[in-house]
Structure formats: structure tokens, C-alpha cells
Design a protein around this ligand. Structure first.
Ligand code: GTP
Ligand code: MG
Length: 224
């Protein structure tokens, strides 16, 4: 009975995700679903991406949190455009929640939509939002065992960002082990080591260059 309900929920989600995907295809928008533990640095990464692209008006952000608009406000303070979704206790975003907030953006002017999912390495991975790419962010202070302990999330990601590289000398974290375990689960994943500290930021321009290339490809597909 429980299994049946879970399947129905996922099927209903898939229908909304397909609608979202058609909408994004029509508008030529590249959509990225960002998944990570609480505090891994998802919002910091978006802040740095916005800063190095000078508050690019082509970047829109949806923030998912259980409560508060703090993350959306951080994006607005960086000159970005953002909408906050509060799940009121829900451990993940779903495709219906995304579809409801889409009217808040002018998609003719947007190339890249970044969706920051609720901080959690488990639930978000089962829910397709209609995205093109999934990014999983792993920060060094969480430990290098997380890919092998949360395999579904790492196996389904297109990009793995290893954040807080500045802390590696002070914590027990082997980038080699983390990267090896990610590649075992997911040989095609691209791995970007980054630091999202405002005064010592690194690796973000490589990530932005990759996302920009993918956004240009998606825009071209929209025109075909
Ligand atoms: N040392 C260091 N701290 C970082 C780095 N990136 C983020 N932080 C810090 O980590 C903390 C959490 O960062 P956030 O960007 O809020 O993390 P988040 O994943 O968005 O967190 P939730 O939205 O609560 O899940 C903040 O204190 C950041 O300043 C980094 O590269 N190095
Ligand atoms: Mg955040």
C-alpha cells in the first residue's frame, strides 16, 4: 500500500516535470537542479557565479528551503533575480512547486535557471523537476565518505562540485577518495573543485564557462 502511494506521487511528479521541461525547451532555458547537504555551500556558489558574471540578468534563481526567505534575499543582494519556495517541513522540491513560481520570471530574457533544492542528500534525488543538469555539491568538511554512503544522489548527478577546498588542510578529506568514489558510481560526471569564500574564491569561472556552454547549446535547440 505504502509502495503504491510512493509510486503514484512520483508518477504525478513526472507529469509536472515533463510540462516544465517542454516550457524550458520552448524558452531555450538551461535548468540546473542543485542538491547538497545543509550548509555545503549551494547559495554561496550561486552568489559567486552571479558576482563573476556581474549580476548577469540572464541568470534566474529558485531557492528551496523549509522556512525563511534568507537565501533568496542573499541572491537579491548580489543583484540577481530570485524566488523563494518554502516547503513548510518538506524535505525536497517537486516539479509542481517549480511550475507554480515560473510566472515570476521573464523567461525571454533568461538563459540559465539555477534551482537550489532543500539541503538534503536523500529525498531530492527522487524528484525530477524538469531540469537539464543536476549538480551535487559536496563540501570537504562533510567527509569524503559521502559519495559511497549516499550513492543514488551522486550516481544521478551530471556535475559534482567539491566545495570548501580551502578547508582541506584542516579536515579529514581526501579529494582523491571522493573523486574516485564519484567516478565509480558515475563515470560520466564532471568534477569541479571550488572554493566559494568571497575573498578566496576559486574554480567558479571554470564552472560558469561550462554552464554557459551548455546554456548556449540549449538556446540553439530552442531555435531548431
Ligand atoms: N571555508 C569555506 N566556507 C564556505 C565555503 N562555501 C561556503 N562556505 C560557508 O559555509 C556556510 C554555508 O554556506 P551556504 O552557502 O549557506 O550553504 P547552503 O548549502 O546554501 O546551505 P542551506 O541552504 O542551509 O542548505 C556559510 O557560512 C558559508 O560562508 C567555502 O568554499 N569555504
Ligand atoms: Mg542555501
Amino acid at each position: 500500500m505504502k509502495i503504491q502511494m510512493h509510486e503514484n506521487i512520483l508518477q504525478a511528479n513526472d507529469r509536472y516535470a515533463e510540462k516544465n521541461r517542454s516550457f524550458f525547451r520552448e524558452h531555450g532555458v538551461l535548468v540546473v537542479n542543485m542538491i547538497a547537504s545543509p550548509g555545503a555551500g549551494k547559495t554561496s556558489m550561486i552568489e559567486r557565479l552571479l558576482e563573476i558574471s556581474n549580476g548577469n540578468p540572464g541568470i534566474a534563481v529558485i531557492e528551496g528551503d523549509l522556512a525563511t526567505a534568507q537565501d533568496a534575499n542573499r541572491i537579491l543582494n548580489c543583484g540577481g533575480q530570485a524566488v523563494q519556495i518554502n516547503t513548510d517541513g518538506g524535505c525536497h522540491l517537486d516539479a509542481k512547486m517549480i511550475s507554480k513560481v515560473l510566472p515570476a520570471f521573464e523567461f525571454d530574457k533568461v538563459d540559465l535557471l539555477l534551482i537550489e533544492n532543500v539541503g538534503n542528500l536523500v529525498c531530492p534525488s527522487s524528484f525530477d523537476l524538469g531540469e537539464d543538469l543536476r549538480i551535487v555539491v559536496l563540501s570537504s568538511s562533510e567527509g569524503d565518505d559521502k559519495p559511497s554512503k549516499y550513492p543514488a544522489t551522486f550516481a544521478a548527478a551530471d556535475i559534482a562540485v567539491l566545495n570548501k577546498t580551502d578547508l582541506i588542510p584542516y579536515v579529514d578529506f581526501s579529494s582523491e577518495r571522493a573523486e574516485r568514489d564519484i567516478r565509480t558510481l558515475n563515470p560520466n560526471a564532471r568534477v569541479f573543485p571550488v572554493c566559494c569564500k568571497p575573498d578566496a574564491c576559486s574554480g567558479i569561472s571554470e564552472l560558469l564557462a561550462y554552464l554557459s556552454e551548455k546554456a548556449a547549446e540549449k538556446r540553439q535547440e530552442g531555435f531548431r
